[in-house]
Design a protein around this ligand. Structure first.
Ligand SMILES: [Zn+2]
Length: 140
């Protein structure tokens, strides 16, 4: 219950998302021009329009800002996973940044808005063999 299948598709790694999906850290984009941090990574800073970025590693903690519980397996491969939580986590070091994830270890009835959470990373292999560090969440 609650965990996506181990062979579930993982994102293709691109120069834009490599830090997020391979570092095993909450690695956000930091604008080189105005220092805004943002996620998901994009080519343009949402604050100032600049296009040069560095990486900002933020503390591994956050708060459940919102969530939904998925009861219907939209794909047959998810039949054993439902019900599972999809959480929107506000990061403590950058509360305006919200990231989407799952809480595979947590009973869905324990997921609530305001719950303090910490990330952990599941290692998955992409189709091209790249090792992806997939962030997941647990109460913290
Ligand atoms: Zn900027």
């Amino acid at each position: 219950m609650g965990a996506l299948p181990k062979d579930w598709g993982v994102p293709a790694i691109t120069p834009l998302n490599a830090a997020w999906f391979t570092s095993g850290a909450l690695a956000l984009q930091r604008c080189a021009s105005c220092a805004n941090v943002q996620h998901p990574p994009e080519e343009v800073c949402r604050a100032c329009g600049a296009m040069d970025f560095g990486v900002e590693i933020v503390a591994p903690s956050g708060t459940v800002h919102s969530f939904t519980i998925v009861h219907y397996a939209a794909n047959a491969a998810l039949a054993d996973a439902v019900p599972y939580a999809v959480v929107l986590v506000s990061l403590d070091d950058a509360p305006h940044v919200r990231v989407i994830g799952n809480m595979p270890e947590t009973p869905v009835e324990d997921v609530r808005i305001g719950l303090p959470v910490v990330p952990y990373w599941e290692e998955r292999a992409a189709e091209d063999g790249t090792v992806v560090q997939l962030p997941q969440w647990r109460p913290g």
